[in-house]
Design a protein. Structure first.
Lengths: 108, 118
């Protein structure tokens, strides 16, 4: 199975900061990499799919990049509603489609 | 509007069984692959199971293989997860999710909580 490693596991940031979260796959996954945001008590919400495609309705301050094994989620200017936990997920080939362990973005 | 609504969660003893349902609306259910994903309290997301639109292709996580069975009834626009031989480590919120073109999970239900405890 493909393992996904996210870093950092948590970070502290202020409103307006640029935030970067990385995700590494244990083998190449082309660009089958997705990013989700989850707030406490809520279902995950899709932000980015296919490594860099912004899901409809998601603010443009969110962006994704990468291919192969190394990927990045960037929030260009952190907003109050962005404090949440972020997960990467690989969806390459057939299941299992594994998630990273999550990155919690907290108020500094 | 796409809607996914899970039901069937609850408290069950170790070794017991439970059947989760996911009612779909707002789209042609049979055209879409579906998944179950779970999240233990305070933990991350764990993919559990996949089923193709026709139901002919199924996959399971190793942690549930042989104990859980995914199925669907396209006439009823419903997805199911039959969970047998439940263990404490199966305690989690279970989400159903619809798959899109890059195998990403575009829509999620609100989740249903399963608690395995004596």
């Amino acid at each position: 199975d493909i393992q996904m490693t996210q870093s950092p596991s948590s970070l502290s940031a202020s409103v307006g900061d640029r935030v970067t979260i990385t995700c590494r796959a244990s083998q190449t996954i082309s660009n089958y990499l997705n990013w989700y945001q989850q707030k406490p008590g809520k279902a995950p919400k899709l932000l980015i799919y296919a490594a860099s495609s912004l899901q409809s309705g998601v603010p443009s301050r969110f962006s994704g990049s990468g291919s192969g094994t190394d990927f990045t989620l960037t929030i260009s200017s952190l907003q109050p509603e962005d404090f949440a936990t972020y997960y990467c997920q690989q969806s390459y080939s057939t299941p299992p489609w594994t998630f990273g362990q999550g990155t919690k973005v907290e108020v500094k | 509007e796409v809607q996914l609504v899970e039901s069937g969660g609850g408290l069950v003893q170790p070794g017991g069984s439970l059947r989760l349902s996911c009612a779909a609306s707002g789209f042609t259910f049979s055209n879409y692959e579906m998944n179950w994903v779970r999240q233990a309290p305070g933990k991350g997301l764990e993919w559990v199971s996949y089923i193709s639109g026709s139901g002919s292709t199924i996959h399971y996580a190793d942690s549930v293989k042989g104990r859980f069975t995914i199925s669907r009834d396209n006439a009823k626009n419903s997805l199911y997860l039959q969970m047998n031989s439940l263990r404490a480590e199966d305690t989690a919120v279970y989400y159903c999710a619809r798959v899109a073109v890059w195998n990403h999970f575009e829509y999620w239900g609100q989740g249903t909580l399963v608690t395995v405890s004596s």
